[in-house]
Design a protein around this ligand. Structure first.
Ligand SMILES: *Cc1c(COP(=O)(O)O)cnc(C)c1O
Length: 479
């Protein structure tokens, strides 16, 4: 069994094994015909059930053959131009290379004595990101597992900075389009989900700062504490960006922590055309970025950045076995002092390789391309009588619904759109997402693949209309 350990004597077997895996994936990428096969859980479950985990195959080639059946054949492929579903991106090759290196070396970013240079690389990338945000020299941050964790940590810092022992008095303000991790975090932090006040959005799905101001005033009048305002820079559903300068001014006036959730919009930090959309972000106390969304990085790669690094002390605990107090005096850089995690992946290496190979402009160019594509897609939808489109995209999301020519009830239209989404998924020809707008069923394209063309969007709209029409036609027959 020692032959399976990665070490000096097995370097050759490592090279062969990983190369074979890379070959298989490369072949797969070259030959996939659609983003999905349409397999159902019921079809796939028996294939996976049939694998006896107590009878190993003993050999990487055999395991890879099996993997074809249990995973590779039916995976959902984000690199395919007709994957238009959730906020998943195709990944850039330098980042995948970084991934291969980091898992083989297997550094753990909790302490210097488990990571050495990796810690300094992560710190340099944190500094790079805070500089792009426009934070000053006191800024700091840490890589996290994802935007949900970044948001949780931001709100933990905000709770501690609020300086109120009575948690029942704390309130968090975020728009009705903010990410659900805000509510989840409030629950985890002992505030209860009710501590989050949902601020309505305008017709462009941006937080109404006038309502925010009124709610803050009401909060103060009731003797409650406005702990944090969460501004979303790129809402999950619409890609809309809350008015950051107005929110920053209100946060200052009411002494609230300003958190900007830029999990999606962070790609703008590298944009050559659209960086101004984030103006005001530099006034935040903390910022969430998901490199695994708009920096084309493999999952996971995310960070929490703070304007004043001292705030990260709220996540610090000294353990004799890991990061004893003396290590602070000795100036040993232990990232665990800033993190909610202990053992932690060297995800920063993927971004490092990306910047060293492509540069930030390269990332920004790709993100600008998908934002441009969204504009073109919006024009297409706006001109198409079969569709009703909700907002002009600020980023790369389109929310729309099929509307039949013939009279149909709102409920029937809802069902037709839902059916179209499901039928499309089952066909494997394209993957789109769905959401509700003002209680009605809508469909959504999240465009993160620069290889997707306007022709792809047009073709998928035809497919959707076809499924929806067929559904309504059959319904009429049965009515
Ligand atoms: C995706 C997303 C999150 C959550 O990030 P994960 O990496 O999925 O945990 C938070 N906020 C917004 C606005 C998002 O789009």
């Amino acid at each position: 069994m020692r032959s399976h350990l990665l070490n000096d004597t097995t370097a050759e077997s490592y090279r062969r094994s990983v190369t074979e895996g890379v070959e298989r994936v490369a072949r797969k990428l070259a030959t996939t015909r659609g983003p999905f096969t349409g397999v159902t859980p019921a079809e796939l479950a028996p294939v996976i059930d049939a694998v006896d985990l107590d009878r190993p195959l003993g050999d990487a080639s055999a395991a890879l053959d099996e993997l074809e059946d249990v995973y590779l054949r039916d995976a959902v492929y984000f690199h395919h131009p007709r994957y238009l579903g959730h906020l998943n991106c195709p990944v850039v090759i330098p980042a995948v290379l970084g991934e291969a290196v980091l898992s083989a070396v297997n550094s753990s970013l909790d302490t210097w004595d488990q990571s050495a240079g990796a810690t300094l690389i992560e710190r340099k990338l944190v500094d790079w990101t805070t500089a792009r945000i426009g934070f000053g020299p006191d800024a700091d941050g840490v890589f996290t597992s994802g935007g949900s964790q970044s948001n949780l940590q931001a709100l933990l810092l905000a709770r501690e900075e609020a300086g109120t022992a009575d948690l029942s008095k704390l309130r968090i303000f975020s728009s009705e389009c903010s990410h659900f991790s805000v509510q989840k975090s409030a629950g985890l932090l002992g505030l209860g989900q009710e501590a989050v006040l949902s601020i309505p959005v305008d017709e462009n799905r941006r937080m109404q700062s006038v309502v925010l101001a009124a709610e803050l005033e009401a909060c103060r009048a009731e003797g409650l504490v406005p702990m944090a305002i969460v501004a979303t820079a790129g809402t999950t559903d619409f890609g809309s960006i809350d008015p950051l300068p107005e929110i920053a001014a209100l946060a200052e006036e009411y002494g609230a922590w300003m958190h900007v959730d830029a999990a999606y919009g962070c790609g703008l930090l590298t944009s050559l055309k659209r960086r101004h959309l984030l103006d005001g972000i530099e006034r935040a106390d903390s910022v969430t970025v998901d490199y695994h969304k708009s920096f084309f990085q493999p999952v996971s790669s995310s960070a929490l950045l703070v304007r004043d690094g001292a705030a990260l002390r709220h996540a610090t605990y000294h353990a004799d076995y890991l990061n004893p107090r003396r290590t602070v005096a000795e100036q040993i850089p232990n990232q665990v002092d800033k993190s909610l995690q202990t053992t932690r992946r060297f995800d920063a290496l993927k971004l490092w390789m990306t910047l060293r190979v492509m540069g930030a402009d390269g990332v920004g160019e790709l993100f600008d391309e998908v934002c441009d594509l969204a504009r073109a897609g919006h024009d297409l939808l706006a001109a198409d009588p079969r569709y009703d489109v909700v907002v002009e995209p600020q980023l790369s999301t389109l929310v729309y619904r099929y509307v039949p020519e013939a009279a149909a009830s709102p409920a029937e239209i809802d069902r037709a759109n839902l059916h179209a989404r499901k039928a499309l998924f089952a066909s494997g020809e394209a993957v789109v997402a769905g959401t509700k707008v003002d209680g009605r069923q809508y469909l959504k394209f999240t465009l993160l693949n620069p290889e997707t063309t306007v022709a792809d969007i047009a073709a998928v709209l035809d497919l959707i209309a076809g499924h929806a029409e067929q559904y309504l036609g059959e319904n009429l027959v049965h009515a």
